[in-house]
Ligand binder design. Structure first.
Ligand SMILES: Nc1ncnc2c1ncn2[C@@H]1O[C@H](COP(=O)(O)OP(=O)(O)OP(=O)(O)O)[C@@H](O)[C@H]1O
Ligand SMILES: [Mg+2]
Length: 507
């Protein structure tokens, strides 16, 4: 039963739990004082005991204090009929944020807004509402099937160090206190109810986020290596210009993935899927990632590989991603030396002359101490760690698919390869509908003829269709596009004839 809740760190009678942790003892008393009836009966006895205990503790040698604490807490448990369960925010040493903690946080948001006196407000879905939750050290009560329970949000100090030179961040945890006689109801039914309802509330109020790891390496002061902003990209599959059949195939693939939790579990496969988006610049690769996130209601983790110091850091980043998310590595060909090692700085200056501007600028940002390897990246994609959390897409984009190591993009790692290419007539029609609200026009036939034999990206077509002044009516914009298409066609013909006859000689 308890294993259902990964974050439920312990269940024990209040005294036994963390008997050396004074903050827990304090919480126990906080809970106890609110239980007036019980206190009236047992209070004087406990108070006298506490007084005597404090006197003894003060006067006895340090070595014996431990025994006094141990036995006194056992003694108190005898009178203290309450049980505590703690739900910690982080599981293990700076690892994943506990889902149980997030679920409790969301669940309590409904009670907090009614009974807590200090609240935290966060922006909710679509930036239209504020979601309230209880502030640190606040206490709220809840009632379930006639049984009263108490929740407190506690915090341990940052004095402890985890062995490195940086202080541990504050760690928060909820404590649930309830009477012993309700043990079965609370542990078997109430906690399930909290987890289920909390998750539901979380999805309902969720403001989707765009995370990035390129924060200049100051992550150790915060709980996570990712920093985030609200994800508000407007792209959808309706606005993506591509052949409808291909588009539908991608949508079906994505939706099938999200509905296949049981299938993945049955076949023993981690619930994740890799997409490789490739094609020339301006063909809609980044736009498609935004459309995917909007379709599935996922968060986006934009992983800047050049800012990752080594494979260990890469793994930590992965662990910190949540489920229902897309992990994106853009321009994968520029981020990694595909022989397996990152390029060294010395090679950079000579290399850069042959590289595209995009590659050169990536290399400039490159940290010499970066040691992410191809095998590290492969582990990131399909190693044991990558299965944690589940329901995740990993998307790579590249302009040069042929440059990638086959190991990186083999099926199983990058399950679906999607080519985004130059603008077809069908793709143009999507843009004409989006930009000009036109389904048909006299000039469409001429455009169809031209676009068939011209290589123009959807980004360039979109730019031509974008009104720049109030006089830019659809007719004018379509003529401007025709002009551009004719210009591209002429340039291509000239280039071709140059290639056939490089000296420009006439017969
Ligand atoms: N297929 C498309 N459908 C709709 N709009 C597109 C499409 N392709 C490009 N665009 C438009 O062009 C702009 C640039 O596209 P995007 O950034 O997605 O290209 P990209 O393929 O990621 O390019 P790069 O390889 O340089 O990263 C977008 O803002 C979008 O408005
Ligand atoms: Mg892009």
């Amino acid at each position: 039963m308890y294993s259902l809740f990964s974050g439920l760190q312990s269940i024990s009678s209040a005294g036994e739990q963390h008997h050396q942790n004074t903050s827990t003892t304090a919480t126990m008393w906080m809970g106890a004082t609110s239980m007036a009836g019980w206190w009236a009966a047992a209070g004087p006895t406990i108070a006298s005991f506490m007084f005597v205990w404090a006197m003894i503790q003060q006067s006895c040698p340090r070595a014996f204090r431990h025994y006094f604490e141990k036995y006194s807490l056992r003694f108190m448990n005898y009178f203290h009929p309450y049980i505590q369960i703690s739900v910690h925010e982080y599981v293990g040493e700076r690892l994943k944020r506990s889902e149980a903690f997030s679920a409790v946080e969301s669940y309590l948001s409904k009670n907090s807004s009614q009974s807590a006196t200090r609240l935290k407000a966060e922006i909710g879905q679509d930036s239209t509402n504020l979601v309230l939750s209880m502030d640190d050290h606040e206490k709220v009560t809840d009632e379930f099937q006639g049984v009263k329970v108490w929740w407190v949000l506690n915090m341990t100090g940052s004095s402890k160090s985890s062995g490195n030179s940086f202080p541990d961040p504050d760690r928060r945890y909820y404590t649930l206190t309830f009477h012993k006689r309700s043990r079965k109801l609370i542990t078997e039914t109430y906690l399930k109810h909290v987890l289920g309802e909390g998750k539901e509330i979380r999805v309902r109020n969720r403001q989707r986020k765009l995370f990035t790891n390129g924060s200049g390496g100051r992550w150790y002061y915060s709980q996570t290596m990712w920093s985030h902003i609200v994800f508000e990209h407007p792209a959808t599959f309706d606005t993506i210009a591509m052949e409808s059949e291909k588009k539908q195939e991608i949508i079906d693939d994505l939706l099938t993935f999200t509905r296949s939790k049981e299938l993945y579990a049955r076949i023993g496969k981690a619930w994740k899927r890799g997409y490789l988006l490739y094609g020339p610049p301006g063909t809609g690769k980044s736009t498609m990632i935004a459309a995917m996130a909007n379709l599935l209601n996922y968060d986006v983790y934009d992983l800047e590989l050049t800012a990752v110091k080594n494979n260990t850091q890469l793994r930590t980043l992965l662990i910190e991603t949540t489920s229902k998310s897309i992990v994106v590595i853009e321009d994968i060909d520029c981020s990694l030396d595909l022989t397996g090692q990152r390029k060294k700085k010395e090679e950079k200056s000579t290399d850069d002359k042959e590289k595209s501007p995009k590659e050169s600028s990536k290399k400039e940002e490159d940290d010499t101490s970066s040691k992410v390897t191809l095998s590290g990246l492969l582990n990131f994609i399909d190693g044991l760690w990558s299965a944690s959390g589940g329901e995740r897409l990993i998307v790579f984009t590249t302009n040069y698919v042929e440059k990638l190591d086959p190991a990186l993009i083999r099926t199983g790692r990058m399950d679906k390869h999607i080519e985004l290419s130059y603008c077809s007539f069908e793709a143009f029609k999507v843009l004409a509908k989006n930009y000009l609200n036109l389904e048909t026009h006299l000039l469409f036939d001429q455009i169809k003829e031209l676009i068939r034999c011209v290589k123009i990206t959807p980004a360039d077509v979109a730019e031509n269709l974008m009104p720049k002044s109030p006089n830019d009516d659809p007719d004018k914009l379509l003529r401007k596009l025709i002009q551009t298409l004719e210009g591209v066609k002429t340039a291509a013909v000239e280039r071709e004839s140059q290639e056939v006859n490089p000296e420009g000689l006439t017969n």
